[in-house]
Design a protein around this ligand. Structure first.
Ligand SMILES: [Zn+2]
Length: 501
């Protein structure tokens, strides 16, 4: 009789904590999944940082999901319903990149808002090189005349089913994103199911847009004050810019749209459009906003919008005015993309640069998509980094142009590919000029530095801000703004990299 050998003792194999988790989301929103042309593109997996406690190293993402930056709270006040929170650490979900996209599963809604908001936070942190912070909670003690107090806000709350209406917004008071849902109208039955439920928490663009409002409020708390026509419009524009350029980080979508437009990203394409389903369901016959054009209400056909520098004088509604800034930034992106791909097109066409009829070669599509993705990443990083160079109050679009130019100049002294000129030129075409600028040369648009030391006042207590005549504690360098229209100095500063007690 033979006996089998005793089993070898199991030894624990050390496995490192992963850096990321993959989570399924809609690339745009559920409406594209019911269109044959796009259904294969609309389900993508996003790479989201694996959250762990910095001191203990333990996993830090709880059911909700609730992590270091975000807490998803799924209560529906209209129905009085609490939906069970999804646990993304559940083994089956870890093995399948989370739940599959579904309009009818509230736990997928929770997963999607978490994944898209975390990705948006990641863009800010990479561009700025530091942690993103939410704006603090402020209150006044003892009524009028009392002292203001501030409290650190660790997590932004996201309510995926907060409102039963066609709306979604960031609440600076609640430190929360409130996302609504509503039945689609019974008109325009060709574009959507009459009475079908539209969830803004399933729109990639809406989540990215609202998260950006919260991140911008964390950096510039006074940008929500309507001190001039550009101030609120800047908030809307910036939220759209971040949402738009995130489209270029989805490789399948990008390749599909490059192939469809034959590399011409100035023609109608999904990458330049925001919130298709929301736009259709609110009677716009197309996306909510489009950086390139829009549907003609009479014919229903999409038409390119030509830059009109006079619009800035007459359009005052914040979203519409913000669209002017979005169009200017997208225009700069297109100029840079065309410049970066001109050689590829010459190689592909024997030097003529004119593509023959028919579909593009897949290799050319891949190379154009690579260039578009890199350009979009550059432009988005330039746009986010410029926030550190904006005046802390009363921002004008022209101030933002100066901030873009100065922040890029500080990082990259030689502008080989003329990115800065592309921005100035695009803003000029849309009538956006800095106030009191003497010329549009890049040199004359630079903000002047007021302190260039690499040490802050705490490291070198004798350093004094030259414009204000007092020390600037904890700051390393910055610029001041002499805003003529207010006859006041505003200063902003970059944080000292040394931590101070
Ligand atoms: Zn908004």
């Amino acid at each position: 009789m033979s006996t089998s050998p005793p089993p070898l003792p199991l030894r624990a194999i050390p496995v490192n904590q992963p850096q990321f988790r993959w989570l399924n989301v809609y690339a745009f929103d559920p409406s594209l999944s019911s269109q044959f042309e796009y259904m294969g593109l609309n389900r993508v997996s996003m790479k989201v940082p694996w959250e762990s406690d910095e001191t203990t190293g333990q996993d830090a993402l709880a059911a909700g999901p609730a992590g270091e930056y975000l807490e998803v709270v799924d209560v529906d006040p209209a129905s009085g319903c609490f939906y069970a929170p999804v646990d993304l650490n559940q083994p089956y979900l870890l093995a399948t990149d989370g739940l599959q996209p579904s309009e009818g599963n509230p736990q997928f809604h929770q997963q999607m808002v978490y994944a898209v908001a975390m990705t948006t936070i990641g863009y800010f942190e990479r561009a700025l090189g530091r942690r993103a912070l939410w704006s603090p909670r402020r209150w006044k003690e003892g009524g009028e005349g009392g002292n203001w107090h501030e409290e650190y806000v660790r997590r932004l709350r996201i309510y995926p089913h907060a409102l039963r209406e066609a709306n979604a917004y960031y609440s600076p008071d609640k430190k929360a994103l409130l996302l609504g849902y509503f039945p689609a109208p019974t008109t325009d039955i060709a574009s959507h199911l009459p009475g079908g439920m539209v969830f803004t928490c399933l729109s990639h663009d809406v989540i990215a847009h609202e998260t950006t409002h919260a991140l911008l409020d964390g950096m510039h708390r006074r940008f929500i004050e309507p001190t001039n026509p550009d101030a609120l419009a800047f908030h809307e524009a910036f939220a759209d810019i971040v949402a738009l350029f995130q489209h270029f980080s989805l490789p399948e979508v990008l390749r599909n749209q490059i192939a469809k437009t034959r590399g011409d990203l100035a023609s109608e394409n999904l990458l330049a459009q925001l919130a298709q389903e929301f736009g259709q369901a609110t009677g716009l016959h197309g996306a909510l906003r489009d950086a390139l054009g829009g549907s003609d209400p009479s014919s229903g056909r999409w038409e390119t919008a030509t830059a009109d520098p006079a619009l800035i004088q007459s359009v005052m509604e914040p979203h519409a005015r913000g669209s002017i800034l979005v169009a200017a930034v997208f225009d700069a992106f297109l100029t840079i993309y065309k410049s970066r791909t001109a050689d590829l097109l010459r190689i592909a066409t024997g030097g003529s640069g004119v593509l023959p009829q028919g579909q593009l070669h897949p290799d050319l599509v891949n190379r154009l998509a690579d260039e578009a993705a890199k350009t979009a990443q550059h432009v988005l990083t330039i746009c986010i980094r410029a926030l550190d160079y904006c005046p802390p109050v009363d921002v004008y679009f022209g101030d933002y142009l100066r901030a873009v130019i100065t922040s890029d100049y500080d990082l990259v002294r030689d502008d080989d590919l003329s990115y800065r000129v592309a921005f100035v030129d695009a803003f000029r075409r849309h009538g956006v000029y800095p106030l009191h600028a003497r010329s549009l040369s890049v040199d004359s648009l630079l903000w002047r530095a007021w302190m260039s030391s690499q040490e802050c006042a705490s490291c070198a207590p004798t350093r004094v801000c030259r414009s204000l005549g007092r020390p600037c504690r904890g700051m390393t360098s910055g610029r001041y703004f002499w805003l003529k229209q207010h006859k006041m100095h505003y200063m902003f500063s970059l944080r000292c990299p040394v931590s101070h007690p």
